[in-house]
Ligand binder design. Structure first.
Ligand code: PEP
Ligand code: MN
Length: 371
């Protein structure tokens, strides 16, 4: 059950406190307060965790300061949309806003290899007017003898270069909760030169202890990849783990499903779920065309299949694109065959802009249709 307070009531107001005290006195119920930033206003909401079936909704709606009470299903209690809620939610991190209406591009290296390549990438991203990138320091690899990333050793120079080029947010996969500490320490040492979005990879979507660790901290937002061999519902429940520990700054990333049905793509592209996730939850939705398509195959019209798939996700309202680039793909230590090159960055962004404009026109059209 979610108790939504009157818009003027802040998290720390006396009236909010008295509503919380009232609810806390109910047996078996623990209230949790959240500030929800919408496009027009910030609302204070109290989530009631526990056995809410004995609660009287009308009684709670009559408490002074309560605007409305929404019954939630057990599914995605915090991240889900409940009771016809169509509000726009989002969050800002290090000056960058993430929500279900805008679009952020994270072009970067699948794996950090050397300072020269990182600098080339960051310079290109910055010259293209972008504020975000991806940089893999901890790489989960199928083969134990493959390069697993430079780990904590590369963080000082990666963060310093990010600061030099004005990069605000780096998506960085972590595979163990100790990596959060390593990132904390390196960021602090860099004088907080940049920000990090913790990425949980598809192999760890159901690593519940890692999810809890990322959920318990509220400094970094989390990019959760869909599990490649589980249902969408199971992956959305994994996202809810983060929120249930109190981190609601979660972005959900589609990256294709592991099945031979998707051949010759590396994974079966699942970007048709972009609007579905937006309907079921408040999370901004990211697409990762690199790990979905996994090749640089070109369609007869001259367009890379990877770019066709990106456009398909963007034209359906994707809010973030996570994409592999590399200054010299044959020399990349991880995933070179799917990487785009520096001289394709501008072209890639122009192509995305066309798809984004088409999406915005489609939104206008449906508004006219609905009157
Ligand atoms: C990645 O983004 O570098 C990655 C390993 O992706 P995934 O977890 O989707 O395989
Ligand atoms: Mn990769």
């Amino acid at each position: 059950m979610i108790v939504i307070l009157e818009p003027q009531l802040g998290q720390d107001s006396a009236q909010t406190q008295s509503v919380i005290d009232y609810l806390r006195a109910k047996p078996g119920i623990s209230p949790r307060v959240h500030q929800v930033s919408g496009a027009e206003q910030t609302l204070t909401e109290i989530y009631l965790v526990g056995n809410t079936s004995t609660l009287d909704r009308e009684e709670i709606e009559n408490i002074n300061g309560v605007a409305r009470v929404v019954k939630v299903s057990r599914d995605y209690a915090v991240l889900g949309r409940h009771g016809g809620d169509s509000r726009s939610y989002g969050f800002s991190y290090n000056g960058v806003t993430f929500n279900q209406d805008n679009l952020n591009i994270f072009a970067g290296l699948c794996a950090v290899d050397n300072p020269q390549h990182v600098e080339k990438m960051m310079r290109a991203v910055s010259e293209a007017g972008l504020q975000c990138t991806r940089m893999g320091a901890y790489k989960p690899r199928t083969n134990p003898y493959s390069f697993q990333g430079h780990g904590a050793d590369c963080l000082p120079w990666v963060f310093e270069l990010a600061g030099k080029y004005g990069i605000k947010v780096i998506a960085m996969e972590i595979t163990h909760d100790s990596h959060i500490e390593e990132i904390n320490a390196a960021l602090e040492q860099s004088g907080n030169a940049t920000g990090v979005m913790l990425q949980i990879g598809t192999r760890n979507t159901q690593n519940f202890e890692l999810l809890k660790a990322c959920g318990k901290q509220s400094v970094y937002p989390v990019l959760l990849k869909r599990g490649f061999g589980i249902t969408l519902e199971e992956s959305l429940n994994a996202a809810e783990y983060l929120a249930s520990e109190d981190n609601r700054n979660v972005i959900f990333c589609l990256r294709g499903m592991k099945t031979n049905m998707g051949d010759p793509h590396r994974n079966f592209v699942d970007f048709s779920h972009v609007p579905t996730i937006k309907r079921l939850t408040h999370m901004p939705v990211c697409i990762d065309p690199s790990h979905s398509v996994g090749t640089r195959d070109v369609s007869p019209d001259g367009v890379l299949e990877l770019m066709h798939c990106t456009a398909q996700g963007v034209v359906s309202g994707a809010n973030m694109v996570l994409v592999d680039f590399h200054p010299n793909p044959p020399k990349a230590l991880v995933d070179g065959p799917q990487a785009l090159t520096m001289n394709e960055l501008d072209y890639f962004l122009q192509d995305i802009a066309i798809a984004r404009e088409a999406y915005l026109k489609r939104r206008e059209l449906v508004q006219k249709q609905l009157g």
